[in-house]
Write a protein that binds this ligand. Structure first.
Ligand code: ADQ
Length: 483
């Protein structure tokens, strides 16, 4: 029987080694949830890195780890600490991530990183070959594994291979600066179907293929030797029901067991009912525009001083890639900015910014979404941005205003949000004012459209549409690709 093989850098389970032994805990992330419909019923295998380096894996536990992963339909690729350094912290996050997000000044072109990236991609490809058959369908995820499709294709010319990029694809002018640009394109073109979040990323990719490889491109088909590769956009959704149900439950439990954070949020509401809460949630990443957002908030308070003591900005920054120097510098910059602004503007009754640098449990995420009057998300470039979608899904009474950067992939589908250019402080200050004063009826009218769309195009639909297009491709039915 043929199966589906899913490949991503990390597995959808986390291993925990304690005195009591080994446990594998399923992750709650968007990808893991989205792939549930594909990754179920014993007909699929998920291959990835377990999160433990070879050095950190006690040899006596090897077999137990494999067994625990197998129970979740997973198999691991073993990586050494040196490989993680060059492949993940190196080429993936010091070359591809900054380049694809247009941070040229942070992009490092290191031959050593590239060599390790190639070797680790080969390890993933070898694991796929070892654990799959010719008839299996293979779905490779994201920028850490862009060479895998071609590496598998060389050994399995007839296998059906799909690839999805979760981050933006840059314009040709930026992409062509990469010393290994042809190899990356050829790696991706080992696929039968290549998916992006938006039509713009798809267009950028096709333009690079045409100009750098000189291949024939017609509409969204690439012609390579005797193969036709399909390129299309599949905007990723969220698990709408999960967020909606959590918010409904949250409303019912309000007077029972409250988290510390919820107690703080409720106290805030009781003591300052007219103070609007403005929420921002991101991984601590320079692409998310957190420092600029804090500066824009200060600009807003100076432009409209009547809102001092009437608004509060909550910043939740989730620790991320703290081994990479740029992320350490950003953390320092944000700490200092928040300290300075709170120091200069706070009053006896008011602190303008509440800043949390940590990962919070899911319940707390829901506390924040449901308690905030406004969500303000200002990435400078973002493949999609799921936080924008999650905030809207939790607004049970349909109130709440979403201010969203035009540079996020999700902005293409969320026209009813207030869309802004994160570099335009004047526009952002005016938009914040418009959000604070927006009548409830208008909020509800906008969110009704947004919620209907999010409910319909949820993450399961996203995964199924991709798989459907990939299966159609292998059956030779090209009608599935008319976008
Ligand atoms: P990310 O850059 O991580 O993803 P995003 O899409 O916003 O960005 O997803 C973040 C996820 O983390 C959300 O699902 C959110 O609920 C969760 N999260 C945020 N704060 C948390 C916290 N404190 N504790 C626990 N969970 C938290 C990359 C790309 C995006 C693209 C996604 C999916 O950079 O552009 O949308 O992949 O393709």
């Amino acid at each position: 029987m043929s199966k589906t093989i899913i490949i991503s850098n990390r597995l959808p389970v986390q291993l925990q080694i304690s005195d009591g032994g080994l446990t594998a805990i399923p992750s709650v992330g968007g990808l893991a949830t989205g792939m549930k419909s594909v990754h179920s019923g014993g007909e699929s295998l998920w291959i990835g890195w377990s999160g433990l380096t070879e050095e950190d894996t006690p040899p006596a536990l090897e077999k137990d780890i494999d067994k625990a992963l197998k129970e979740h339909g997973c198999a691991k690729v073993n990586l050494t600490a040196k490989e993680i350094e060059g492949f993940y912290f190196g080429f993936s996050n010091r070359t591809v991530w900054p380049l694809f997000h247009y941070f040229m000044e942070y992009t490092e072109f290191e031959l050593d990183f590239w060599d390790v990236y190639k070797a680790v991609n080969q390890k993933f490809a070898d694991a796929i070959i070892e654990k799959s058959d010719e008839n299996d369908t293979i779905w490779v995820h994201d920028y850490q594994l862009m060479l895998v499709p071609q590496m598998v294709r060389e050994k399995r010319p007839n296998t059906s291979i799909g690839f999805f990029l979760h981050i933006p694809f840059p314009s040709y002018e930026i992409f062509r600066t990469l010393p290994w640009r042809e190899e990356v394109l050829q790696g991706l073109l080992g696929s039968d179907l290549i998916g992006f979040h938006t039509y713009d990323y798809e267009r950028h990719f096709l333009s690079s293929v045409r100009r750098l490889l000189g291949l024939d491109v017609s509409f969204n088909d690439v012609y390579l030797d005797h193969r036709v590769i399909k390129v299309d956009s599949f905007p990723m959704g969220i698990d709408y029901k999960k967020f909606r149900d959590a918010a409904l439950l949250h409303g019912k439990n309000i007077h029972e067991k409250r988290s510390d954070l919820q107690v703080k949020l409720d106290d805030h509401k009781a003591s300052a009912p007219d103070t609007k809460l403005i929420l921002s949630i991101d991984r601590l990443d320079y692409s998310k525009g957190i420092a600029k957002r804090i500066n824009a908030f200060e600009y807003f308070l100076n432009k409209y001083p009547e809102y001092k003591e009437k608004v509060r900005l909550i910043i939740l920054a989730v620790p991320s890639r703290s081994n990479v120097p740029q992320y350490q510098l950003l953390k320092k910059e944000i700490d200092e900015l928040v300290g300075r602004i709170n120091g200069e503007l706070s009053t006896v009754n008011w602190t303008p910014i509440w800043y949390f640098y940590r990962s919070l449990p899911f319940e707390n995420l829901i506390d924040l979404y449901t308690s905030s009057d406004i969500a303000w998300l200002t990435p400078l470039r973002d493949g999609m941005n799921l936080v924008a979608k999650e905030y809207i899904a939790t607004r049970i009474d349909k109130t709440g205003v979403l201010i969203l950067s035009e540079m996020a992939g999700s902005a293409y589908e969320m026209n009813e949000a207030l869309l802004i250019n994160p570099n335009n402080f004047e526009q952002q200050a005016d938009t914040l004012k418009a959000a604070i004063t927006m009548p409830k009826e208008e909020q509800m009218a906008r969110n009704m459209f947004l919620q209907n769309r999010l409910e319909r195009y949820n993450v399961e639909v996203w995964a199924n549409e991709f798989m459907h297009a990939l299966n159609k491709k292998s059956e030779g039915d090209d009608d599935a690709f008319v976008s």
